[in-house]
Design a protein around this ligand. Structure first.
Ligand SMILES: [Zn+2]
Length: 266
């Protein structure tokens, strides 16, 4: 539990593919002789099977990139079991203390002792995308070498545009800055999605960024361009550069485990 709700933010953007995208469907079509070996992930939308990017895939890609970027700021390494707060008897008792003692990555993405403050929606396609098909030599998962002359055929998607929504609760300003930084890395091709990235797959760009913020309480925030609505203040900021200005003061090198909680209103 977060306790009191202080603020909320919603960051929306379009994910536009820049190269083929292959997020593999988990189901096995081996009983259907006409089926390809691998297919992009789909879900039913308006009664039709459409491609989508699972929110968990996006969150995973963002988290692992963030861990690399903030490695020198006390970020823990959950994959290699170096958690910043082990889930044992010695962990701090209150959620607030556990949050404060956590590294900047766990504070945002959550850990085994604190709940995540960010959620990534499943991103649904909303344009006329293309479906491509390729065949390559099958690679043995264990040895990493070619499986004799076995061929692997798969379907991927191209020229697709997806809509994504990232929601935050009780956020700190650095968390908005970190998400923007990761979006920039995505635009530059350092943060990729799905499989076959070594073949150039999975490059995407974020467009049409918009940030909606709500600050709860009756403070007068009109000097920060908020509009007062009964029991909260709200504002909308459009475009990467304008959103970046709100958090330009944040210095990543000052972030650390057990650091102060930044309660500044952006
Ligand atoms: Zn951590």
């Amino acid at each position: 539990m977060f306790g009191k709700l202080k603020n909320e933010a919603i960051l929306t953007f379009d994910i536009v593919t820049q190269s083929p995208l292959y997020i593999r469907e988990g189901t096995d079509n081996s009983l259907d002789p006409s089926a390809v070996d691998g297919k992009y992930m789909t879900t039913y939308k308006d009664g039709k099977l459409e491609p989508f990017i699972p929110g968990t895939s996006l969150k995973g890609a963002f988290r692992s990139r963030a861990e690399r970027v903030l490695r020198n700021n006390g970020a823990c390494d959950i994959i290699n079991r170096h958690e910043c707060i082990p889930n044992n008897k010695l962990k701090p008792r209150t959620g607030q203390e556990r949050y404060k003692k956590s590294c900047p990555i766990c504070r945002l993405f959550g850990s085994n002792v604190i709940k995540s403050r960010v959620s990534f929606s499943d991103a649904y396609v909303f344009n006329e995308y293309k479906v491509g098909q390729r065949t390559c030599v099958a690679i043995d998962r264990i040895t990493g070498s070619a499986k004799g002359s076995a061929l692997y055929s798969f379907e991927y998607i191209e020229d697709a545009v997806f809509k994504e929504k990232i929601a935050l609760q009780n956020f700190e300003p650095y968390q908005i800055k970190l998400l923007l930084y990761l979006i920039e890395e995505m635009n530059e091709g350092f943060l990729t999605l799905g499989g076959l990235t070594s073949k150039g797959f999975g490059c995407v760009k974020a467009e049409n960024l918009e940030l909606k913020i709500k600050q709860y309480g009756k403070d007068d925030l009109s000097s920060k361009n908020y509009e007062f609505k009964d029991y909260y203040n709200a504002k909308n900021v459009k475009g990467f550069d304008e959103i970046s200005k709100l958090v330009s003061y944040v210095d990543f090198t000052k972030l650390k485990r057990d650091g102060d909680i930044d309660e500044q209103t952006i």
